[in-house]
Design a protein around this ligand. Sequence first.
Ligand SMILES: N[C@@H](CCC(=O)N[C@@H](CS)C(=O)NCC(=O)O)C(=O)O
Length: 209
Amino acid sequence: MLKIYDYKGFPNPTRVRIALAEKDLLDEVEFVSVNVPEGEHRLPAFRKKNPSATVPVLELADGTCISECTAITEYVDNLVGEPVLTGKSGQERAVIHMMQRRAEAGLLDAAATYFHHATPGLGPKIEVYQNREWGESNRARAVAGMRYLDEVLAARPFLAGDRLTMADITAFAGLAYAAIGKIEVPAGLDRLQSWHARVASRPSVMRAL
Ligand SMILES: N[C@@H](CCC(=O)N[C@@H](CS)C(=O)NCC(=O)O)C(=O)O
């Protein structure tokens, strides 16, 4: 059985849980909770699985450990059925990866940096180095990311085309991160808001949260 080390409710673990739900694999996985707020992910035992000391991590039956949500999603998407989240043709795969990275760098990672540096974040045990100015500058980056995604949605219903892909999952988790950090979506981004409502109401997403 596949094992996922994560912490339910945190934005990055949610990305993988949504991918699993989209592939109807949620029940095929054993979830192992890692106590991130208490710093369990920074202990040597977990660093052996992921030297970056982050969740989620997928562990295969042969002991191979895969971290990074995009890499885990690639694995899960190709496990059963057609790869619907990461694309089939070279062009599809390229566009999905490009949009995924834009959503990740421009929104999710920016919101995460704001949260960890300019707010109490996960508390003093975890936030051993904070740079408030760097954090604040990432708030503006996250808002710019939201504006960019809203523009993309003027041309198509989902970020990489006409159906949900890994890029949408990343952006959805990015908005969740922004909400945790109290970074509001600026008024007028109606396409982003209606896309968000559409993604949030998918049965897979509701199962994964
Ligand atoms: N790029 C990584 C990001 C993973 C990540 O940052 N996860 C957070 C939880 S949402 C974490 O483990 N944080 C631990 C920490 O900040 O020490 C991925 O795609 O998996």
